[in-house]
Design a protein around this ligand. Structure first.
Ligand SMILES: [Zn+2]
Length: 89
């Protein structure tokens, strides 16, 4: 009788991101509330659009949704290996 010791499966999580030029095609109504100010108030669509245009002008193509370590403003989330052992059901 032997006990096998399997390595933990490598799981990877990828954060969501926004394709700036893609969402700039959306109407203001849909852009509305995509971002909040420091008080948590939803920003109106035209403000979001202005913000996105400025980001594009700075050479950014994508924006992270939430925290993402090592995020690339060109290609998005690099993906993160999850070492959480409670991950399996
Ligand atoms: Zn990420």
């Amino acid at each position: 009788m032997s006990v096998e010791c399997k390595p933990a499966p490598q799981r990877r999580t990828v954060h969501m991101w926004v394709d700036i030029s893609g969402v700039l095609r959306w109407p203001d109504k849909k852009l509305s509330g995509m971002f909040q100010d420091e008080f948590g108030n939803n920003q109106p669509g035209r403000v979001v659009r202005e913000y996105l245009r400025i980001q594009l002008a700075h050479g950014k193509k994508v924006l992270p949704i939430g925290e993402c370590e090592g995020f690339s403003f060109e290609t998005g989330c690099p993906g993160h290996f999850v070492t959480d052992e409670k991950g399996s059901k």
